[in-house]
Design a binder for this molecule. Sequence first.
Ligand code: SF4
Length: 278
Amino acid sequence: MKPVSAIELFKATPGTNCKECGFPTCLAFATRVIVEKKPLESCPYLSEETRKALGKRIHRQQSDGVYVKRDLYKITADHIRERLAAHDFRAIAEGLGAQYVEEGGEPHLRLVYLNRECLLSRREIRIDGSPAEDHWDNILLYNYVHFSGSEPIHGEWIPIDNIPGHIPKKPELEHGCEQKIAAHFEGKPDRLERAGRALGAEKVEGASNADVSLSFLPLPKIPFFLLFWDAVPEEGFEARSKVLFDRSVTSYLDIESLVFLAEKFADALIGRDHKHGP
Ligand code: SF4
Protein backbone atom coordinates (compact mmCIF):
# COMPACT_ATOMS: atom_id res chain seq x y z
CA MET A 1 0.00 0.00 0.00
CA LYS A 2 1.49 3.36 -1.05
CA PRO A 3 2.23 5.60 1.95
CA VAL A 4 0.39 8.91 2.21
CA SER A 5 2.76 11.86 1.91
CA ALA A 6 2.16 15.15 3.68
CA ILE A 7 1.61 16.75 0.30
CA GLU A 8 -1.08 14.19 -0.62
CA LEU A 9 -2.88 14.88 2.63
CA PHE A 10 -2.38 18.63 2.21
CA LYS A 11 -4.06 18.42 -1.21
CA ALA A 12 -7.06 16.74 0.42
CA THR A 13 -7.57 19.68 2.80
CA PRO A 14 -9.45 22.76 1.61
CA GLY A 15 -6.19 24.74 1.79
CA THR A 16 -7.85 27.68 3.52
CA ASN A 17 -5.43 27.84 6.49
CA CYS A 18 -8.38 28.53 8.79
CA LYS A 19 -6.42 27.28 11.87
CA GLU A 20 -9.41 25.42 13.38
CA CYS A 21 -7.26 22.30 13.68
CA GLY A 22 -4.85 24.18 15.94
CA PHE A 23 -2.12 24.47 13.30
CA PRO A 24 -1.23 27.69 11.48
CA THR A 25 -1.60 26.22 7.98
CA CYS A 26 -3.09 23.22 6.21
CA LEU A 27 0.44 22.11 5.29
CA ALA A 28 1.48 22.23 8.94
CA PHE A 29 -1.58 20.13 9.83
CA ALA A 30 -0.76 17.59 7.11
CA THR A 31 2.90 17.22 8.05
CA ARG A 32 2.10 16.83 11.76
CA VAL A 33 -0.50 14.15 11.03
CA ILE A 34 1.93 12.20 8.89
CA VAL A 35 5.05 12.66 10.97
CA GLU A 36 3.83 13.17 14.52
CA LYS A 37 0.64 11.10 14.46
CA LYS A 38 -1.63 14.05 15.18
CA PRO A 39 -5.30 13.05 14.67
CA LEU A 40 -6.73 13.39 11.21
CA GLU A 41 -10.05 14.35 12.83
CA SER A 42 -8.60 17.71 13.93
CA CYS A 43 -9.58 19.12 10.54
CA PRO A 44 -13.39 19.22 10.41
CA TYR A 45 -13.34 19.91 6.68
CA LEU A 46 -12.07 16.53 5.47
CA SER A 47 -14.91 14.49 4.02
CA GLU A 48 -15.86 11.25 5.73
CA GLU A 49 -14.75 9.40 2.61
CA THR A 50 -11.30 11.04 2.57
CA ARG A 51 -10.87 10.49 6.29
CA LYS A 52 -11.62 6.80 5.97
CA ALA A 53 -9.48 6.21 2.87
CA LEU A 54 -6.44 8.16 4.03
CA GLY A 55 -6.85 7.24 7.69
CA LYS A 56 -6.43 3.56 6.94
CA ARG A 57 -3.25 4.08 4.92
CA ILE A 58 -1.80 6.55 7.45
CA HIS A 59 -2.45 4.16 10.31
CA ARG A 60 -0.71 1.38 8.39
CA GLN A 61 2.39 3.40 7.50
CA GLN A 62 2.74 4.73 11.02
CA SER A 63 2.61 1.18 12.38
CA ASP A 64 5.35 0.30 9.87
CA GLY A 65 7.45 3.33 10.90
CA VAL A 66 7.30 5.01 7.48
CA TYR A 67 8.07 8.74 7.63
CA VAL A 68 10.15 9.79 10.58
CA LYS A 69 10.51 13.27 11.97
CA ARG A 70 13.37 14.38 9.71
CA ASP A 71 11.07 13.81 6.72
CA LEU A 72 8.92 16.66 7.94
CA TYR A 73 11.63 19.17 7.14
CA LYS A 74 12.49 17.72 3.76
CA ILE A 75 8.82 17.56 2.77
CA THR A 76 8.29 21.17 3.82
CA ALA A 77 11.48 22.39 2.09
CA ASP A 78 10.54 20.59 -1.13
CA HIS A 79 7.03 22.00 -1.02
CA ILE A 80 8.23 25.58 -0.56
CA ARG A 81 10.81 25.13 -3.32
CA GLU A 82 8.07 23.99 -5.70
CA ARG A 83 6.14 27.18 -4.98
CA LEU A 84 9.10 29.29 -6.14
CA ALA A 85 8.39 28.35 -9.78
CA ALA A 86 6.00 31.28 -9.96
CA HIS A 87 8.51 33.85 -8.67
CA ASP A 88 10.42 36.15 -10.98
CA PHE A 89 13.84 36.30 -9.31
CA ARG A 90 14.88 39.39 -11.24
CA ALA A 91 11.78 41.31 -10.10
CA ILE A 92 12.00 40.39 -6.42
CA ALA A 93 15.78 40.61 -5.92
CA GLU A 94 15.92 44.25 -4.89
CA GLY A 95 13.09 43.97 -2.36
CA LEU A 96 14.94 41.09 -0.70
CA GLY A 97 18.26 42.92 -0.61
CA ALA A 98 19.63 40.27 -2.97
CA GLN A 99 21.53 40.42 -6.24
CA TYR A 100 20.08 38.79 -9.33
CA VAL A 101 22.61 36.68 -11.23
CA GLU A 102 22.46 34.01 -13.89
CA GLU A 103 24.66 30.96 -13.77
CA GLY A 104 24.51 28.24 -16.40
CA GLY A 105 21.51 30.08 -17.86
CA GLU A 106 19.61 29.65 -14.60
CA PRO A 107 18.30 32.55 -12.46
CA HIS A 108 19.91 32.84 -9.03
CA LEU A 109 19.73 35.17 -6.07
CA ARG A 110 22.90 36.04 -4.22
CA LEU A 111 22.49 37.28 -0.68
CA VAL A 112 24.22 37.36 2.68
CA TYR A 113 22.87 34.90 5.23
CA LEU A 114 24.37 35.07 8.73
CA ASN A 115 27.46 36.71 7.26
CA ARG A 116 27.91 33.93 4.71
CA GLU A 117 27.42 34.12 0.99
CA CYS A 118 24.34 32.30 -0.17
CA LEU A 119 23.54 31.49 -3.78
CA LEU A 120 19.99 30.32 -4.29
CA SER A 121 18.31 28.83 -7.36
CA ARG A 122 15.00 26.99 -7.77
CA ARG A 123 16.99 23.78 -7.66
CA GLU A 124 19.39 24.21 -4.77
CA ILE A 125 20.99 26.51 -2.25
CA ARG A 126 24.72 26.89 -1.79
CA ILE A 127 26.20 28.51 1.29
CA ASP A 128 29.82 29.59 1.02
CA GLY A 129 30.07 27.37 -2.04
CA SER A 130 28.70 24.17 -0.48
CA PRO A 131 25.17 22.74 -0.78
CA ALA A 132 22.95 23.69 2.17
CA GLU A 133 22.35 20.33 3.76
CA ASP A 134 20.30 21.42 6.76
CA HIS A 135 16.65 21.27 5.68
CA TRP A 136 15.88 24.12 8.03
CA ASP A 137 18.33 26.40 6.19
CA ASN A 138 16.49 25.49 3.01
CA ILE A 139 13.05 26.13 4.53
CA LEU A 140 14.11 29.46 5.97
CA LEU A 141 15.81 30.75 2.82
CA TYR A 142 13.11 29.56 0.44
CA ASN A 143 10.49 31.11 2.72
CA TYR A 144 12.38 34.40 2.63
CA VAL A 145 12.26 34.33 -1.17
CA HIS A 146 8.66 33.07 -1.24
CA PHE A 147 7.46 35.91 1.00
CA SER A 148 9.11 38.36 -1.43
CA GLY A 149 8.75 41.16 1.10
CA SER A 150 9.53 44.66 -0.03
CA GLU A 151 8.32 46.69 2.94
CA PRO A 152 10.86 49.31 4.03
CA ILE A 153 12.64 48.71 7.31
CA HIS A 154 10.79 50.91 9.81
CA GLY A 155 13.49 51.33 12.44
CA GLU A 156 10.90 50.47 15.10
CA TRP A 157 11.93 47.51 17.26
CA ILE A 158 9.29 45.08 18.47
CA PRO A 159 9.47 42.01 20.75
CA ILE A 160 8.21 38.61 19.61
CA ASP A 161 5.01 39.28 21.64
CA ASN A 162 3.94 41.74 18.92
CA ILE A 163 4.18 39.17 16.14
CA PRO A 164 1.06 37.13 15.27
CA GLY A 165 1.33 33.48 16.32
CA HIS A 166 4.03 34.19 18.91
CA ILE A 167 2.54 32.20 21.80
CA PRO A 168 3.94 28.73 20.98
CA LYS A 169 7.15 30.21 19.57
CA LYS A 170 8.18 32.56 22.38
CA PRO A 171 9.57 29.76 24.61
CA GLU A 172 11.60 28.48 21.64
CA LEU A 173 13.10 31.92 21.10
CA GLU A 174 13.93 32.23 24.77
CA HIS A 175 15.40 28.77 25.08
CA GLY A 176 17.11 28.48 21.70
CA CYS A 177 18.47 32.00 21.48
CA GLU A 178 18.13 34.46 24.36
CA GLN A 179 18.95 32.16 27.28
CA LYS A 180 21.72 30.51 25.28
CA ILE A 181 23.42 33.87 24.60
CA ALA A 182 22.95 34.99 28.22
CA ALA A 183 24.42 31.78 29.64
CA HIS A 184 27.37 31.67 27.28
CA PHE A 185 28.39 35.32 27.58
CA GLU A 186 27.71 35.80 31.28
CA GLY A 187 30.67 37.74 32.69
CA LYS A 188 32.04 38.21 29.15
CA PRO A 189 30.25 41.19 27.58
CA ASP A 190 33.43 42.26 25.76
CA ARG A 191 33.57 38.84 24.11
CA LEU A 192 29.95 39.16 23.02
CA GLU A 193 30.82 42.45 21.34
CA ARG A 194 33.84 40.89 19.70
CA ALA A 195 31.84 37.89 18.41
CA GLY A 196 29.11 40.25 17.18
CA ARG A 197 31.60 42.46 15.32
CA ALA A 198 33.15 39.37 13.71
CA LEU A 199 29.68 38.53 12.37
CA GLY A 200 29.21 42.05 11.03
CA ALA A 201 27.07 43.41 13.89
CA GLU A 202 27.23 47.07 14.84
CA LYS A 203 27.27 48.47 18.33
CA VAL A 204 24.29 50.70 19.10
CA GLU A 205 25.09 53.48 21.54
CA GLY A 206 22.62 55.01 23.95
CA ALA A 207 19.56 53.06 22.78
CA SER A 208 18.97 51.21 26.05
CA ASN A 209 20.38 50.52 29.48
CA ALA A 210 21.80 47.15 28.36
CA ASP A 211 25.49 46.40 28.81
CA VAL A 212 25.78 45.39 25.17
CA SER A 213 23.48 46.56 22.35
CA LEU A 214 24.14 45.23 18.87
CA SER A 215 22.27 45.50 15.60
CA PHE A 216 22.76 42.76 13.06
CA LEU A 217 21.40 41.69 9.68
CA PRO A 218 21.12 37.88 9.59
CA LEU A 219 19.30 38.35 6.27
CA PRO A 220 19.50 41.55 4.21
CA LYS A 221 16.02 42.85 5.16
CA ILE A 222 15.68 41.31 8.62
CA PRO A 223 17.52 43.32 11.26
CA PHE A 224 17.92 41.98 14.78
CA PHE A 225 18.54 44.14 17.83
CA LEU A 226 20.34 42.19 20.54
CA LEU A 227 20.36 43.47 24.11
CA PHE A 228 22.50 41.86 26.79
CA TRP A 229 22.55 42.60 30.51
CA ASP A 230 25.38 40.98 32.38
CA ALA A 231 24.85 39.24 35.72
CA VAL A 232 25.04 41.24 38.95
CA PRO A 233 25.63 38.44 41.48
CA GLU A 234 25.65 40.72 44.53
CA GLU A 235 22.12 41.85 43.62
CA GLY A 236 20.98 38.37 42.60
CA PHE A 237 20.57 39.19 38.89
CA GLU A 238 21.50 36.59 36.32
CA ALA A 239 22.68 37.55 32.85
CA ARG A 240 19.87 37.91 30.33
CA SER A 241 19.47 38.83 26.70
CA LYS A 242 16.65 39.90 24.46
CA VAL A 243 16.25 39.92 20.70
CA LEU A 244 14.00 42.52 19.07
CA PHE A 245 12.81 42.64 15.48
CA ASP A 246 11.93 45.43 13.09
CA ARG A 247 8.19 46.02 12.69
CA SER A 248 8.47 45.09 9.00
CA VAL A 249 9.59 41.53 9.82
CA THR A 250 6.25 39.83 9.19
CA SER A 251 6.38 40.83 5.53
CA TYR A 252 9.65 38.90 5.13
CA LEU A 253 9.29 35.68 7.09
CA ASP A 254 6.87 33.49 9.03
CA ILE A 255 7.39 33.22 12.77
CA GLU A 256 8.68 29.64 12.71
CA SER A 257 11.47 30.53 10.28
CA LEU A 258 12.17 33.71 12.22
CA VAL A 259 12.72 31.83 15.46
CA PHE A 260 14.97 29.38 13.66
CA LEU A 261 16.95 32.34 12.30
CA ALA A 262 17.35 33.68 15.84
CA GLU A 263 18.58 30.27 17.03
CA LYS A 264 21.11 30.16 14.20
CA PHE A 265 22.20 33.67 15.14
CA ALA A 266 22.88 32.58 18.73
CA ASP A 267 24.83 29.55 17.50
CA ALA A 268 26.85 31.75 15.14
CA LEU A 269 27.76 34.16 17.96
CA ILE A 270 28.81 31.33 20.26
CA GLY A 271 30.69 29.64 17.41
CA ARG A 272 32.62 32.86 16.74
CA ASP A 273 33.47 33.14 20.41
CA HIS A 274 34.79 29.57 20.50
CA LYS A 275 36.86 30.29 17.42
CA HIS A 276 38.50 33.37 18.95
CA GLY A 277 38.93 31.91 22.42
CA PRO A 278 39.30 33.99 25.60
S1 SF4 B 1 -8.79 22.93 10.04
FE1 SF4 B 1 -8.46 21.98 8.05
S2 SF4 B 1 -8.78 23.68 6.63
FE2 SF4 B 1 -8.45 24.61 8.61
S3 SF4 B 1 -6.19 24.97 8.71
FE3 SF4 B 1 -6.57 23.00 9.62
S4 SF4 B 1 -6.25 21.61 7.93
FE4 SF4 B 1 -6.57 23.59 7.01
